[in-house]
Design a protein around this ligand. Sequence first.
Ligand code: ATP
Ligand code: MG
Length: 294
Amino acid sequence: METIYTVGDIGLKLFKKGKVRETFFFDGNLLMVATDRISAFDVVFPTPIPYKGIVLNMLSEFWFKKTKKIVKNHFITTDIPKGLPEFLKNRSMVVKSARPIELECVVRGYLTGSAFKEYKKNNGMVWGYELEKGLEDGAKLKEPLFTPAIKKVDKDITISVEESRKIFGGVVEELQEYSLKLYEFANRYALKKGLVLADTKFEFGYDGKGIMQIDEAFTPDSSRYWLKEEYEKGNLESMDKQFFRNYLLGIEWDRSSPPEIPKEIAEKTKERYLKLYEMITGKNLQKEIKNKIN
Ligand SMILES: Nc1ncnc2c1ncn2[C@@H]1O[C@H](COP(=O)(O)OP(=O)(O)OP(=O)(O)O)[C@@H](O)[C@H]1O
Ligand SMILES: [Mg+2]
């Protein structure tokens, strides 16, 4: 298994280079390649996290296959066509091309992170929702909340559903319905696997016929997962990127030049991503990719 920081020239035309993934035009569709880059607070760090891209890709595949009955999605295959370099295996997905709707569809089943900050600051009001008083960090919400956000110069700004309707129109209703259904399905599933899916983010796009889910699905980059056993004891033990964010919050660093990540932190982040994959799918990723005959 090779660790990949940048994809480089693979003989395909680049469609978009994101913070983590690089997408290429491929045969009328797109080829999304997940690198091992890690980003946090909207900057990319110079140290790759081994296996990270593979976890993102294979976990998205797992969820896209499970949720297509709720809403169609862009997934086509993770079989990499002959002729493309070997290192793309396991970290790439052929997807249908879409016109993205520039609304980050966030669903929160539990109150934490920026929503908890907002709750404390605004006396129980969270982007248009009035919540009950006295909730603690991590509290389960009576109903999952749809808290969409828009991208503003490398930073996501949460807006109320009402505001998002003004910008994107009636389609927001549909996006909200799909997002809530997807979240509820996945949280129910995660709970059975010993995890709490605290919140997650979806992206949707138009494919010419209608709406489909695009981007990634319930990955540790796009979602907050906690260990259920710890949650029940009152601890928010993150199995996702939050572990890395917490490390960053504890050190001094210049946001314009992100530092190398210490070996031990990179290792622990990797272990969490792999453990999450195993808990959700019941499979050991390292064994799985070794045994794959292609
Ligand atoms: N099927 C699709 N068709 C078109 N664009 C897509 C599709 N799926 C995902 N995308 C877009 O590809 C990008 C995925 O790359 P990545 O997640 O690395 O970017 P990012 O870190 O979110 O940064 P950026 O702010 O550049 O989007 C996103 O911009 C997403 O909207
Ligand atoms: Mg992204």
